[in-house]
Design a protein around this ligand. Structure first.
Ligand SMILES: [Zn+2]
Length: 204
């Protein structure tokens, strides 16, 4: 497999790499590209991207070098050792701070910013068990879960009927980014859509 990866990545020309990169970051918040190119002079950021196998905008972009722990790549960013997906999020979107950076693609070494989203530590734990990476029960059976499956269904339904993420966060006592991850099916994926949007209730 590695032979194929190397061959394919080396045939991707610099301009196609750049096009794929731009197309991926293009879908993000305004100014992300500008930020990216303002900072590209930084030698660590340059070095970081030079080792990422940038492919199509929707493909997984794997880092080609560096130490790995449990599938996650590591990278020295000049100040500290950080995981590669976290570095990617920092360089293309924003500093994640105390938040965790999670994958929609469930591919730990992936650095495609389109496949990354922010979550709270609880989101991360739930995401981890629901993807089978920890030997624990799913969703509400996890000890740090504040929500029950029924709450998740209720949140998605009410969001669809127009309630804001902020209102729902207040009412259910969880962080607003968690509401966003729930309503966009980035976490609690094991609670199926049909159960959330069954037409049992109509909007007022
Ligand atoms: Zn990916």
């Amino acid at each position: 497999m590695s032979e194929t990866v190397v061959r394919r990545s080396s045939t991707l020309s610099k301009s196609r790499k750049r096009a794929a990169f731009l197309s991926a970051v293009d879908t993000m918040a305004d100014g992300v590209q500008n930020k990216m190119f303002a900072e590209i002079e930084d030698k660590y950021i340059q070095r970081f991207w030079s080792y990422v196998d940038i492919r199509g905008p929707d493909d997984c972009w794997l880092r080609k070098a560096g130490r790995q722990t449990r599938g996650y790549g590591h990278f020295w960013d000049g100040k500290r050792e950080t995981s590669t997906h976290r570095a990617s999020y920092r360089y293309t979107v924003k500093e994640p701070g105390k938040m965790h950076v999670l994958h929609t693609c469930d591919n730990p070494p992936c650095c495609n910013p389109k496949h990354l989203f922010l979550g709270t530590p609880v989101d991360n734990a739930i995401d981890c068990v629901s993807k089978g990476r920890a030997n624990r029960a799913k969703g509400s059976a996890h000890r740090s879960a504040k929500l029950k499956e029924q709450d998740v269904i209720e949140i998605r339904r009410r969001y669809m009927f127009g309630e804001s993420q902020g209102e729902l966060a207040l009412e259910f006592g969880i962080a607003r980014p968690s509401i966003s991850n729930i309503v966009h099916f980035r976490i609690w994926k094991h609670v199926p859509k049909e159960r959330c949007f069954r037409r049992s209730r109509r909007p007022l």
